[in-house]
Design a protein around this ligand. Structure first.
Ligand code: 4AD
Ligand code: MG
Length: 434
């Protein structure tokens, strides 16, 4: 491995026609190589983009020219040269090479070739993430999380960091991943909600950006076994208020991402119009009515599946809320509607045009006796939830929260074929490698 410290190293994205004639040094990886007699054409890749590098024999030391001729795809290199404005080149410039050093020559059998199959690319995900497409998606995801943090922070939410090794289910026992915790049973977190409910008595408004795990065998384009949520919880906040907070969060974050990630949206050829508030709110019962009107057979009381969400969300052009789900299709913590205890003060946020759920939440049971009753009804042992019950014993308040699935939002924004495309290393029932 060559270790050297040349002068200032520029990123490819900083090159422009304005630097025409200037000497620059770049560091990156060989994306493509073409030989053409006394010329070598390279595409150099770094975290910010691609640039063409032209290497003329005679414009750099003979030995360095030979190195360039022999360099393999994905070798790490340092390239020095002169910027030349070239309107035909992607990015409007190319670099005419005058110095060429290989930091580490790649083996000459780089496995990823044009036309590789999906499963193969997933097996080689550790290499495939270098592709400009994956890079662009990862940047949009980072940009969304950052924007969401800013939005929530501005609204007085304080970031908290909750445990991911937990003792009780938040979203039902069926999807818990058990962990052998020093001979005791523990689980991987499905949601940090219960811990956030504890935190609001100290901090009032909190949010977290954390992974969630679901031992769900569903092999769909929208389920992962490990995914990220942006979750928020607020004290003295009823359902109606938390909907506004969600609406505000999604619109602000989408707008900021659209502004800040212009290059990525352009590269991915994705036109995305950030949604505008207010989002429509319809009750679950109204949604069932709409579905039946569209000839979908559906029993009141069931939770919506992929089909129902697709059909329903095709009726909308903006994200929308479905509220007041029946008790029996939601988790134990949802507050019953005092005017109709068959339904809960819950809400899912669905993305339009066939996409479906991107966030779920609502108002939580704040009454001690009601919570105990609900736990029992859901066949959960109140003793296991002792600490959670304490939150209703000491200083309980009306409170609400939500969890937004980060990969779901990114898949929707970028219209990705599969949710795993929105992750660095997807985890699905069939995959924990690489
Ligand atoms: O609807 P869910 O299960 O709600 C909760 O976990 C609440 N405790 C959150 C809260 O109120 N703090 O999950 C929230 C969101 C879903 O709307 C969806 O976007 C995403 O997380 N999600 C998944 N994303 C990918 N793969 C899965 N298996 C997912 N399950 C849920
Ligand atoms: Mg849900």
């Amino acid at each position: 491995m060559v270790v050297e410290e040349p002068g200032e190293i520029l990123h490819i994205s900083t090159l422009s026609g304005k630097l025409n004639g200037q000497q620059v040094v770049l560091r990156g990886w060989i994306y493509t190589k073409r030989l053409h007699g006394r010329l070598v054409f390279l595409t150099l890749r770094d975290s910010t983009g691609l640039v063409q590098v032209t290497i003329h024999k005679g414009q750099l030391p003979e030995e360095e020219f030979e190195t360039a001729q022999e360099v393999t795809v994905e070798s790490s290199v340092t390239v020095g040269g002169q910027v030349k404005a070239d309107p035909r080149a992607p990015g409007g410039v190319e670099v005419q090479c005058t110095t060429f050093q290989v930091l580490a020559k790649a083996f000459d059998d780089y496995p990823i070739q044009v036309g590789a199959g999906k499963e193969f690319l997933l097996d080689k995900r550790h290499l495939h993430i270098r592709s400009p497409t994956v890079t662009a998606i990862l940047k949009v995801k980072a940009s969304f999380i950052q924007a969401a943090r800013e939005g929530l922070g501005k609204n007085g939410f304080i970031e908290v960091h909750c445990p991911l090794l937990i003792n009780v289910a938040c979203e039902g026992g069926a999807t818990l991943f058990p962990v052998n915790y020093f001979k005791r049973k523990a689980y991987l977190s499905q949601s940090v909600q219960l811990y956030q409910e504890a935190a609001i008595t100290a901090l009032e408004k909190v949010y977290s950006v954390e992974p969630s795990f679901r031992a769900e065998k569903s092999r769909t384009r929208r389920h992962l076994t490990e995914f990220w949520q942006i979750e928020a919880e607020a004290a003295n906040t009823p359902l109606t208020e938390i909907l506004k907070i969600q609406e505000n969060l999604l619109t602000t974050a989408c707008r900021l991402v659209r502004e800040r990630s212009k290059a990525e949206f352009k590269f991915l050829r994705r036109r995305f119009k950030p949604p505008k508030p207010p989002f429509q709110r319809i009750t679950y019962s109204k949604a069932v009515e709409i579905l039946r009107g569209l000839d979908v057979e559906f029993e009141w009381g069931e939770d919506f599946g992929a089909v129902e969400e697709r059909v329903l969300s095709k009726q909308f052009k903006q994200p929308f809320f479905v509220t007041h789900f029946p008790r029996r299709c939601k988790a134990f913590y949802h507050d019953p509607d005092p005017t109709d205890p068959e339904v809960t003060l819950s809400a899912d946020l669905l993305a339009p045009r066939g996409f479906g759920e991107i966030a779920g939440g609502g108002q939580r049971i704040s009454d001690f006796a009601l919570l105990v009753e609900s736990l029992k009804e859901f066949k959960l042992n109140p003793e296991d939830y002792e600490w959670y019950l304490d939150l209703r014993r000491y200083g309980s308040v009306v409170h609400s929260g939500f969890g937004m699935g980060v990969e779901r939002v990114i898949r929707w924004m970028l219209r990705l074929p599969h949710i795993r495309d929105a992750t660095l290393f997807p985890r699905t029932p069939a995959r924990v490698y690489p």
